[in-house]
Ligand binder design. Sequence first.
Ligand SMILES: Nc1ncnc2c1ncn2[C@@H]1O[C@H](COP(=O)(O)OP(=O)(O)O)[C@@H](O)[C@H]1O
Ligand SMILES: [Mg+2]
Length: 274
Amino acid sequence: MRTIVVMNQKGGVGKTTTSVNLSAGLANAGRRVCLVDLDPQAHASLHVGIEAHGKTPTIYDVFADSKTMTEARQLVASNLWCIPSSIDLAAAEMELADVPGRELILKAAINELRQNEPYDYVVMDCPPSLGVLTVNALAAAEEVFIPLQPHFLALHGLSKLFETTALVNRRLNRQLRVSGVVLCMYETGTRLAADIAEDLAEFLEHADPHAPWAGARIFRSKIRRNIKLAEAPSHGKPIFQYAPKCHGSEDYGALIEEVMDSETSQTIAPARAA
Ligand SMILES: Nc1ncnc2c1ncn2[C@@H]1O[C@H](COP(=O)(O)OP(=O)(O)O)[C@@H](O)[C@H]1O
Ligand SMILES: [Mg+2]
């Protein structure tokens, strides 16, 4: 089972778009995928067509220890499950403040999921902060994907993000590795985007070999700016369903191929990887 956290403390960089379309594409390719929405804004849940109301079990109930992940998940498409979020989750930060071991709640829940119902992929969409929800995701995951919009100041804040992965790696989760950066809303042909990608590649190349981002790469598949990607969420559909023939589908399709290239027999049941 591969556990991937999609994080960047900046808002509007493509976390949710990447989490949802990556999950949906992997499910289309026959992988069993569980998408976990950790953002109180619940955009990923809406994007896969879930509108949580009063009684819908959500990830909040998992943090409150009143539901397991198996109880809270919903089947949204063939091979694709989602554990939705709700605005209640906004209070989790405060409510968990006195709970011992609060950083490890999600890890325990995912371990239970792993025992009962192994998925090929668990993909976690984070809120735009480095608070307790993001730390829970980092403590529970093995891989970090960082969506980045290559514009002015894009790299600003990245060192804080990397430091957080290092801290979690030291204190909570030795397995944690940054797999790579996904360039989102990429403007092809602009000098600025290419320059930022180059600076980032150089930074990654010179990483301390013990850092969790040693070995991280910039994914070859860049996600171009594409209006269909911005329209799809309001239809409650991933891009492959909403507009299978646009640049957005093409780019996320290529990213998914790249992600599946690093599957191993340990991470994916051989029957499905074949
Ligand atoms: N490649 C893209 N092209 C055009 N619009 C995009 C693209 N990626 C994301 N968007 C839009 O940009 C906004 C922010 O993206 P989102 O994935 O929600 O970011 P985050 O989760 O990091 O806040 C959303 O309205 C989304 O639909
Ligand atoms: Mg988001």
